[in-house]
Design a binder for this molecule. Structure first.
Ligand code: PRX
Length: 653
């Protein structure tokens, strides 16, 4: 279905789901408290956020809740000192949470490892000491190129504990993508594994790190720490490469927690924008922990008995906020899974929910669509009664998929909470609570303290039901503090398109009841299986090949991944002398992109063309290609209104 048809279908969606009364009665935040909080947050958001901050431990409290003097470089909890790891681990060790399950990890072959909060705390301390003894400390950047295994969590927490800034790079990125992030971040240390299991095979990550570090001596880190997971032989290059196990064995299980200013950076995550290479989005200790703690405990109604499973990979922001930090801040028990959701068969997830008694399952629409294709008999084989809440994130979910998940996995009784947020926002922004009325396909209303709206290109609110740009009108604590080393890019990407408002880059609609319906990206960013990839990245990878002269990439609908990449390529003269057929050239170009960017960035379709549609100034008109591809009216280009919010933004026009 074309994007607009899909949206029309969404807008006609009239089903409404009410929360079961048992959940409303037992909810952490009941309807009255919620209404009162909304009022406090509307009247004085800083009072609301200050109260949220007081739920956490600080080494020193703030002088100012929000400093706006250098807007849009907003600074939260100025003057405060804290460390997110103190809140996620240290403080729990003095409470009953100490001996509670913190992390239950299951490897793809079925091996299980469990850590109580105390055990996780000790492991993190050992590794924190090991990093310190290697000379890593406050402000140093640590790249973590790891799969979903406990040591990834340990590495993130250990880095944060000593004040280092972690940057997790998703294992699906290529050596080249890894290298550019290592260099951009000026990483002092890289942490990786020998290999891991995925779909019954061992994937070797260490060789990718080796390739990423070839010939970059001056700019590259001195040390690579290798965790043993798959037990395979890997080349250890001395003195650079060290074994994780050898390092932690000799360290003490107690370590000092670095005192950080609330605005000291906690992590960097590279994320794609509409132009250029991915930028390092920076989040800081103080505001981020307040935002993540409040949003998780309210939206997912965290209870001491919860077994919380967020299926995201730690390489993405969801893995940071709601696999690692959020659940630990709230003292929940985390489930983490290494492998492929269809391995060894399509009931792996349901089997794990049953065996581990999962209460809360937070997944992506892509994953749900993939599992839905195998039918309801797979969830039906399992006793899923422990589930009490379901959640989704990352892409629009169609009402059909929503209803399937709600009915066949949630027994028609578990509220399905569709959460809208971004790497930049750090935390849920628009999301229902378990006590909320739900409309399948809608992300509900903005959370207290979040002023979101749908506006036209000039910043004026659009009437209900009409499409426009999603903006946030007031700063919020989980917000990014900037883009690494690029103040102008930060301002341009988020604050100048519609002056005075945070521009999320999404097109959305708000209905008569104030519910938000997200349509998709307004810019040239693709959302493939919930993963953000810029058309610019695909295109520059393509034109780096000597047989691709010009390239334009657009998103096309995909039944499972939501969106897929299609490339239009003008081949270089003489390609027929080298390739036997068009197909051979296409396969070569697809492989080339996969090698350049990694398996996460696969191109589904390629069309060889003679020319690309361009503006008078020579910029590619992807919109024309998209309209042709989807069989839509291209429209009279001369009358295109630059600020018409019903169409995707075309930065190149
Ligand atoms: O387009 C929106 C989509 O994902 C984008 C953010 O991507 P990323 O920074 O990778 O973070 C994803 C996980 C937080 C948004 O601009 N998106 C996110 N959540 C939703 C969504 N689209 C529709 N519904 C959602 N719930």
């Amino acid at each position: 279905m074309a994007r607009t048809e899909e949206l029309d279908a969404l807008l006609k969606e009239e089903r409404v789901f009410r929360p079961p009364s048992r959940l409303v009665v037992g909810a952490n935040v009941g309807p009255e408290e919620y209404a009162a909080s909304l009022k406090v947050a509307d009247d004085n958001p800083l009072v609301y956020w200050e109260r949220a901050a007081l739920e956490l431990a600080w080494f020193k409290k703030w002088d100012t809740v929000l400093d706006e003097t250098h807007a849009p470089f907003y600074r939260w909890f100025v003057g405060a000192q804290c460390n997110i790891v103190y809140n996620a681990l240290d403080r729990h060790v003095d409470t009953a949470v100490k001996n509670k399950l913190a992390l239950l990890w299951e490897g793809e072959p079925g091996d299980i490892r469990k850590f109580t909060y105390y055990e996780l705390y000790r492991e993190v301390n050992r590794f924190a000491n090991a990093m310190r003894s290697l000379g890593v400390g406050k402000g140093d950047k640590v790249v973590i190129y790891m799969p979903s295994i406990p040591e990834t969590v340990v590495s993130m927490l250990a880095a944060a504990k000593i004040g280092a800034v972690h940057t997790v790079v998703f294992g699906g990125f290529s050596a080249k993508a890894l290298r550019s992030r290592i260099i951009d971040a000026k990483a002092k240390l890289v942490i990786t594994v020998d290999g891991f299991y995925r779909n019954g095979r061992v994937m070797n990550l260490k060789t990718i790190v080796d390739e990423a570090l070839i010939d970059c001596s001056a700019q590259c880190p001195d040390t690579v720490i290798v965790v043993r997971r798959a037990g395979i032989d890997v080349e250890m290059s001395e003195p650079r490469d060290l074994r994780y196990e050898d390092l932690v064995r000799q360290e003490r299980p107690e370590a000092l927690t670095e005192v950080m200013d609330a605005n000291d950076p906690l992590f960097l995550l590279y994320s794609s924008g509409a132009t250029g290479t991915p930028k390092g989005i920076v989040h800081s200790h103080g505001g981020y922990m307040v935002g993540v703690n409040r949003s998780l405990s309210w939206v997912f109604d965290i209870k001491p008995t919860d077994i919380f499973w967020c299926t995201a990979d730690p390489g993405w922001v969801t893995g940071h906020s709601y696999l690692v930090y959020g659940p630990l801040l709230t003292g929940a028990s985390i489930v983490m899974y290494e492998g492929h959701p269809l391995y060894p068969q399509a009931d792996r997830l349901w089997d794990m929910v049953e065996r581990h008694g999962v209460t809360t399952l937070y997944a992506t629409p892509t994953l749900i669509r993939m599992l839905m294709r195998y039918g309801s008999r797979y969830p039906q084989r399992h006793d899923l009664h422990t589930l009490r809440l379901l959640g989704t994130v990352g892409e629009p979910i169609s009402p059909e998929v929503w209803v399937w998940f709600h009915k066949h996995v949630g027994r028609g009784e578990c509220p399905l909470l569709d959460t809208w947020w971004q790497t930049e926002t750090g935390m849920f922004m628009i999301a229902p609570l378990p006590i909320s009325l739900l409309k399948p396909g809608s992300v509900g209303r903005p959370l207290p303290g979040i002023e979101a709206d749908v506006v036209d290109g000039k910043g004026n609110p659009v009437p209900p039901g009409k499409g426009g740009y999603l903006v946030i009108k007031k700063p919020w604590p989980g917000m990014l503090s900037g883009l690494l080393g690029d103040e102008d890019a930060y301002k341009d990407a988020y604050w100048t398109k519609i002056p005075g408002m945070y521009f999320a880059g999404d097109v959305a609609r708000k209905d008569e009841d104030g519910f938000f319906w997200i349509q998709g990206r307004a810019d040239d960013v693709l959302n493939i299986a919930g993963h953000r990839l810029g058309t610019a990245e695909f295109e520059s990878a393509l034109v780096a090949h000597k047989f691709a002269d010009e390239a334009a990439v657009i998103g096309i609908p995909d039944a499972v991944k939501g969106e897929a990449a299609k490339a239009f390529i003008v081949p270089a003269a003489g390609w027929q002398d080298v390739f036997a057929s068009r197909e051979e050239l296409i396969v070569t170009l697809k492989d080339h992109v996969r090698r350049e960017l990694g398996p996460v960035a696969s191109i589904k379709a390629v069309e060889l063309v003679e020319t690309l549609p361009r503006t008078r100034s020579g910029k590619i008109l992807r919109r024309v290609l998209r309209a042709q591809e989807l069989g839509q009216e291209v429209g009279d280009l001369s009358t295109l209104e630059e600020n018409d919010p019903d169409r995707p933004l075309m930065p190149e026009e």
